[in-house]
Design a protein around this ligand. Structure first.
Ligand code: C2E
Ligand code: MG
Ligand code: MG
Ligand code: MG
Length: 288
């Protein structure tokens, strides 16, 4: 799905310093209006529980269909939204849309937790936290938040307190991109997190590198010792999926299982036998 849209013409910023800054300003102006104009939309990527061989959660990933520039991926506009503080409205919109979509999934009998990426700067914003809690609480939807540890390190006291508020109303907390940014074991043990997501940096080369399997295995052991489930993101091959299963990884997510897809494709995916066909035990283990 992503790949199909990505083939639409996308005019990217010219790689020249003189135009790069005005381009960013133009994008920031357009982004301010994009929410109201209905240009933002969500794709969902399934997260498969490996022992139960079932999709128990999905991750919402935002995209922007710009009227002139075409499809713009979050890596190109989340940073801009953080600078302009439009990230607050963008995230509130995302939470509301995810709650609606999660209801549509539940109506079809798919009881999955929908995870939302929350920018670090929002974790220390008490007004945002109150608003997010009110939305989730009144919806009764099963929602998770993915946050990075780097976000917590910036203002640890307040961020950790807010994460406890989220957890207290039943929001599942996942630590995203683990191992890729700043991390501190001192904070890790204080976070009310249920999931540790190993960054795809260590997963995409899993079966072709010497060190990544050692890093992944020890991260799995660490997370389990802290009573967290481990998610591997960036699972692109059957060999990676098989190795992760043998290593005791709990949950897998990646292009091999499914690309991020729109809600109707997600409904098809969840209603199909796609997961049963994936059985990693049938995939060939790499010769390590
Ligand atoms: P993330 O939360 O770590 O999401 C994982 C990224 O990896 C996504 O990129 C996803 O499409 C991509 N991915 C999934 N499977 C594979 C795979 O098998 N191989 C590879 N190479 N990549 C894979 P995407 O959608 O471009 O999002 C990039 C980042 O933008 C996200 O990283 C997240 O940090 C941020 N983001 C996305 N949506 C939102 C949002 O609604 N709010 C905020 N604040 N940030 C968002
Ligand atoms: Mg994420
Ligand atoms: Mg991630
Ligand atoms: Mg990432």
């Amino acid at each position: 799905e992503d790949a199909r849209i990505a083939r639409a013409p996308v005019i990217r910023g010219v790689g020249d310093i003189d135009t790069a800054i005005p381009d960013r300003e133009a994008l920031a102006r357009d982004l301010r209006l994009a929410i109201g104009k209905g240009e933002l939309f969500l794709h969902y990527q399934p997260k498969v529980h490996l022992r139960r061989n079932r999709v128990e959660s999905v991750e919402a990933l935002i995209r922007w269909r710009h009227p002139v520039r075409g499809l713009i991926m979050p890596g190109e506009f989340i940073g801009i939204a953080e600078e302009s503080r439009d990230i607050i409205d963008l995230t509130v919109w995302t939470i509301q849309q995810v709650i609606r979509d999660q209801r549509a999934l539940a109506r079809e009998g798919h009881d999955v937790t929908a995870f939302i990426n929350i920018s670090g700067s929002l974790l220390s914003d008490a007004r945002f936290v109150r608003r997010a809690c009110a939305l989730v609480k009144s919806s009764g939807a099963r929602i998770g938040f993915e946050i990075t540890e780097t976000a917590v390190i910036r203002e640890p006291e307040i961020a950790i307190a807010h994460l406890h508020e989220f957890a207290a109303i039943g929001i599942d907390i996942a630590i995203d991109d683990y191992g890729a940014g700043l991390s501190s074991l001192a904070y890790l043990k204080k976070l009310p997190a249920r999931e540790l997501k190993i960054d795809k940096l260590f997963v995409t080369q899993l079966t072709s590198s010497n060190r990544d399997p050692l890093i992944v295995r020890s991260t799995i052991d660490l997370a389990h010792a802290l009573e967290m489930e481990v998610v591997a993101e960036g699972v692109e091959t059957p060999a990676a999926l098989a190795l992760l299963t043998v290593m005791g990884c709990d949950i897998a997510q990646g292009y091999f299982i499914s690309r991020p897809i729109d809600l109707s494709a997600l409904l098809d995916f969840l209603g199909s036998n796609a997961i049963a066909d994936l059985d990693p035990k049938r995939a060939m283990l790499p010769d390590l």
